[in-house]
Design a binder for this molecule. Structure first.
Ligand code: CTP
Length: 397
């Protein structure tokens, strides 16, 4: 969730500043980019060198650096996805609540258009003081978020509420905030992908050349946008990098059918990108078929059409199918959209260069149930996945 997120960590002068070294490490471990801006008094509690080494960036303390170059707080604020002030002292809190701008951290805060999250830290009586409460309320009314202080032993020797939230809890707070701010937060998305293998005997099967790349890219794009993703994946050598995705490995169309139907019931969106076998051997030999006759006839029977079944089950779900065609792409795709009761169908060509199954690129046409047809350029499968997910986001059912 914090991967490649740009975070400015504003450190103010309280004893809890020593915990910032750990906080920076945790953020970096999550894959975030961190730039530290600190007040002069913060640098008496934790050295800028320590935070600079851990964040892998220069620490900004003053409007001018040691070479007399201006630290442009506006650029700094523009760079960030989040401004996190931790610890936030009562003094800086009061200044933030009243628009006072007497250091580079406050100038950065006032320039920031991004979300500001603060983690107050002070002694218990200061934390309870009416002015502190009023200032925190004021900060919240400006749209800032507050990571509540925790209870415990305080630097004064007293015990109570006022300790800065533990760095781990601050990181969790950031992740939850980012999760909830994503467009598919709280949505359950089912994706099926990859080929199916239909057994002939214990060692042979009927399969197809699908790699699963398109469906995996769709699943990963949804997950990045906050969805809770279940991926029903046929035999594929591809790795699913996003560990938040629940992957259900299946082999045959029958197994894919069972898993897809089960998870469709309570999902919000389903995307069926799998290249499901249309036919399977009627009989599966329990032992390896021996090479005896000159001709071997396999009797094949139709598999269940998973997508058509989901179309019948559909209640509030948004259902997206794929159509792989060699000719008359739009005509066949529109027919499938109607017959399988879909909201959207993504059509692609099995024969056009760069499009279809195994490669890293695809060229798709999206047709929806309102008869809108959108043609996309040839793109890599990650970009195609983004186009499909964006289309779903904008789609009105
Ligand atoms: N599909 C499915 N179950 C099947 C066959 C297809 O769920 N047994 C789904 C695919 O995942 C895809 C859509 O149906 O989303 C269309 O698949 P496609 O192979 O293009 O078409 P078919 O419906 O199989 O028809 P045909 O092979 O005749 O084109």
């Amino acid at each position: 969730m914090l991967f490649q997120k740009k975070i400015i960590l504003g450190v103010t002068g309280g004893i809890a500043a020593y915990k910032c070294a750990h906080l920076v490490r945790l953020l970096i471990k999550e894959g975030a980019e961190v730039k530290v801006v600190m007040t002069k008094s913060a640098s008496e509690f934790v050295t800028p060198q320590t935070l600079s080494v851990l964040s892998k960036n220069e620490v900004v303390i003053d409007f001018f650096d040691s070479n007399n170059n201006w630290n442009n707080h506006v650029h700094l604020a523009e760079w960030a996805d989040i401004l996190l002030v931790a610890p936030l002292t009562a003094n800086t809190l009061a200044k933030m609540a009243n628009g006072i701008c007497d250091n580079v951290l406050l100038a950065t805060y006032l320039s920031a258009k991004t979300k500001t999250i603060v983690a107050p830290a002070m002694d218990l009586d200061m934390y309870q003081h009416a002015s502190t409460k009023q200032n925190l309320d004021k900060l919240k009314s400006f749209g800032n978020l507050v990571v509540p202080a925790e209870s415990g032993e305080l630097a004064s020797g007293l015990s109570g509420e006022g300790r800065m939230a533990e760095p781990e809890n601050i990181v969790t707070f950031l992740k939850n905030y980012l999760q909830l701010s994503l467009p598919f937060a709280g949505k359950k998305v089912l994706v099926n992908a990859g080929p199916t293998y239909e057994a002939i005997d214990p060692v042979r099967f009927i399969g197809n050349r699908s790699s699963g790349k398109m469906g995996i890219a769709i699943a990963e794009t949804f997950a990045k946008q906050g969805a809770n993703v279940i991926l029903v994946l046929g035999p594929s050598s591809q790795i699913v990098a996003d560990k938040s995705i629940k992957v259900i490995h299946v082999e045959s169309s029958g197994e894919m059918y069972t898993a897809s139907v089960e998870h469709f019931k309570d999902c919000d969106i389903a995307v069926c990108s799998a290249a499901v076998a249309d036919y399977r051997p009627k009989e599966v030999s329990v032992s390896k078929i021996k090479k005896k006759e000159e001709h071997l006839n396999l009797e094949l029977i139709k598999t269940n059409d998973i997508l058509a079944e989901l179309g019948k089950m559909k209640a509030r779900q948004l259902l997206v199918g794929f159509a792989l065609e060699t000719n008359d792409i739009e005509i066949y795709a529109a027919k499938k959209l109607k017959e399988k009761n879909l909201d959207i169908i993504v059509a692609n060509s099995a024969t056009e260069k760069g499009s279809g199954f195994a490669g890293d690129t695809n060229k798709v046409t999206i047709i929806d149930k309102h008869n809108k047809i959108t043609n996309f350029e040839l793109k890599n499968k990650q970009e195609v996945a983004q186009d499909i997910v964006n289309y779903i986001l904008e789609f009105k059912q």
